[in-house]
Design a protein around this ligand. Sequence first.
Ligand SMILES: Nc1ncnc2c1ncn2[C@@H]1O[C@H](COP(=O)(O)OP(=O)(O)OP(=O)(O)O)[C@@H](O)[C@H]1O
Ligand SMILES: O=c1[nH]c(=O)c2[nH+]cn([C@@H]3O[C@H](COP(=O)(O)O)[C@@H](O)[C@H]3O)c2[nH]1
Ligand SMILES: NC(=O)CC[C@H](N)C(=O)O
Ligand SMILES: [Mg+2]
Length: 511
Amino acid sequence: MKHQFVLVLDFGGQYNQLIARRVRECNVYCEVKSYQTPIEEIRALNPDGIIFTGGPNSVYLEESPRIGKEIFELGVPVLGICYGCQLMAHVLGGTVTSANATSEYGKTKTYFDKACALFRKLPDSGITWMSHTDYINELPEGFSVTAHTDSCPTAAIADPVRKLYGLQFHPEVLHTENGLDMLRSFLYEVCGCTGDWNMGNYAQTAINEIREKVGDGKVLLALSGGVDSSVLAALLSKAVGKQLTCIFVDHGFMRKNEGDEVEAAFRDWDVNFVRVNAADRFFARLDGVEEPEAKRKIIGEEFIRVFEAEAKKIGTVDYFAQGTIYPDVIESGAGDAAVIKSHHNVGGLPDYVDFKEIIEPLRLLFKDETRRLGMELGLPDYLVWRQPFPGPGLAIRIIGQITPEKVAILQDADYIFREEIALAGLDRDIHQYFAVLTSMRSVGVMGDGRTYDYTLALRGVTTTDFMTADFARIPYDLLAKVSSRIVNEVKHINRVVYDVTTKPPATIEWE
Ligand SMILES: Nc1ncnc2c1ncn2[C@@H]1O[C@H](COP(=O)(O)OP(=O)(O)OP(=O)(O)O)[C@@H](O)[C@H]1O
Ligand SMILES: O=c1[nH]c(=O)c2[nH+]cn([C@@H]3O[C@H](COP(=O)(O)O)[C@@H](O)[C@H]3O)c2[nH]1
Ligand SMILES: NC(=O)CC[C@H](N)C(=O)O
Ligand SMILES: [Mg+2]
């Protein structure tokens, strides 16, 4: 079945996938494509609506991303956001200028014209999220102003006859009160969408696409037992059945008992499952390596080499699948975004990979969307709601050099922390929690004697999308119990600290 479809054209903004995700939240199928997509291709896609994203540039500068006038002549409604709004005004004959007096960053009180389709259901004014210096100081013909703030006279514009709308603020971020309502009004009232898309459709569409691509070829899935790859295992097994082989790599940096637990969980599934014990080769390659990005790249490459070796045992395997989701992609520096860290499955992949194609059907989803898909596919709760565990495992939770001894220390300490969180019934409220071996040593006193041993850091965060996070307010008494148990039960740890930084400016993992 063909769904209604909204196209997001990407002008380099930070929140582009967030726009797509909000549209999908409104039950309208949506994809993001570059602003350079040729107009013939856009016409062929036959979208019900088009959204232009924000972007770091200024439309009046020669080198800024542009778009031809024809897009406004397709008869398809267009919503421009921030740079997208300015661009629409500029292309259609208005003027955009820069003025420090009108620059706005952050939460801004905004007054709405309730005659405008986007604001009809809203109060007269509300908070919106602004991030701009440029503003529209002359409107193109046919447009009128539909919102303003105390410093910006053109916070929203519209030409309802041509169904062209522009917002200077960002409706897609949660700081904009009623932002989702504005998007919904654009989709439902302006574009005429009816909300014919949901996770069930997504699963079915993905299954059909996978079948079509793979034919009777073989697929190898990198399966960690984590949420993303387990959801993908369910999806792929529905799509291609026994043409799928799941490979779980135990690289020696799993949590305590985890290798056996994953094996036990998947042995009972009706899929081909292989566990590879590869600790020796991972330890050998990481010997003496301290720098986090170097570690990540080595692990990313070693993973692939193990998968290639396993593929040879099966015969010709054309397709390699992994549970990459959107935050993995964006942090590894997708498009024009900065590299924060090379996730082993994206930026950490080696240049040469011995498979015809890598397939990543979850690449556009956020974590909570992946979980919804998992529920849709009937995955058991304990798999859908597992806390995420990074592919490189404890290797990026031991700062600097990794040794088998350090791994054992961290496994024991992390186990105690997780056990106590679960006993306190907090395992669903804290979205990710773990221990980090800092490799820093300090002086302590135990049994009247001096110790000089490792400091362990505990980290617990709350988040929905793992792109931003707050530190979890774990009760002091619980921290006291965990700390006391760890120092008493785990040799070589004499100090425990709790990490109280948010993301940003920190990240969730320490490396
Ligand atoms: N030990 C492993 N063995 C095989 N594949 C792995 C392993 N660790 C990670 N991968 C692959 O790398 C991908 C990305 O890892 P990531 O940790 O982000 O996802 P996940 O483990 O599936 O889910 P979660 O985020 O819940 O841990 C996985 O989806 C999987 O395809
Ligand atoms: O599979 C993965 N491979 C990686 O290389 C990787 N690095 C971070 N993470 C996980 O991503 C989320 C965000 O983590 P950061 O705030 O540390 O970037 C958190 O959930 C992290 O655990 C990874 N997952
Ligand atoms: N966030 C944006 O899209 C900013 C657009 C433009 N660079 C401005 O400062 O107004
Ligand atoms: Mg994982």
